[in-house]
Design a protein around this ligand. Structure first.
Ligand code: CA
Length: 242
């Protein structure tokens, strides 16, 4: 999954340089040179991460970060602050405003990419390309393949034929294993937060996913938590069938 990064920076040369580096690293990039433009863009569709300059023409990056943290729709968005300031006090102000990390200009492109990767790995593990193995399932985000291990066999003997949505759903649930997700959360994170589809759509895809897992003898991994939502768990759960 390609992470979408919003770069909020009013100096065209720096904006261009950052955009070039991000694109080379495989990210998709949106630009804004002011807070009002950044607002407009994130109203259309939430980016996966915001690179936010401190000094902007219409509002400071720190105030914008605080504003993002106050609103329920944007409060969890990863933010990395960019600034020419080097004093310790400023760094603390940025982190206090809710930034996940802080980069001081001038910075190398390697540092920039490394920090973005670290924040995404921590905050959005579903964006990770790492192979994940839990409960007799193995999923590879790079090749988009998933396998099940049969109980009588120690090899990954069965490939699961998953549609793209079921694959993303399974990946998401596995990455956040044991955590309960509401239908709305799953819609926001897997389908995108401004896609208007019904909650029932989630149930349809969960049902499809379960059917595929059942065919591999893994029917209890995707569980319904009544009144709350769904979770991936290797623990037994009596409400698992709906
Ligand atoms: Ca600036």
């Amino acid at each position: 999954m390609t992470a979408k990064i919003l770069v909020v920076e009013d100096e065209p040369a720096i904006q261009e340089l950052i955009a070039l580096n991000l694109k080379q690293a495989g990210y998709s990039v949106l630009y804004a040179d002011s807070v009002s433009q950044a607002n407009k863009l994130s109203n259309d569709a939430l980016p996966d991460l915001i690179l936010l300059d401190w000094m902007l023409p219409d509002m400071s990056g720190v105030d914008f970060a605080k504003k993002l943290r106050r609103e329920s729709r944007t409060k969890d968005i990863p933010i990395i602050m960019l600034t020419a300031r080097t004093q310790e006090g400023d760094k603390i102000t940025g982190l206090d405003a809710g930034a996940d990390d802080y980069i001081t200009k001038p910075f190398s492109s390697r540092e920039l990419i490394a920090r973005i990767k670290a924040v995404l790995r921590r905050r959005l593990p579903e964006m990770s390309d790492e192979i994940i193995e839990i409960g007799g399932l193995k999923l590879d985000p790079v090749t988009h393949r998933a396998y099940a291990r049969m109980s009588h066999d120690s090899t990954w003997s069965m490939e699961l034929v998953l549609g793209p949505t079921e694959f993303r759903l399974l990946h998401f649930l596995m990455v956040y294993k044991e955590r309960v997700h509401t239908r709305t959360q799953l819609l926001d994170r897997i389908w995108g937060d401004h896609v208007f589809i019904e909650d029932r759509t989630v149930d349809v895809h969960i049902r499809r996913l379960r059917k595929i897992l059942e065919s591999a003898g893994k029917e209890n991994l995707v569980q319904t938590v009544r009144g709350s939502g769904y979770r991936f768990s290797v623990e037994k759960h009596e409400e698992s069938m709906d």
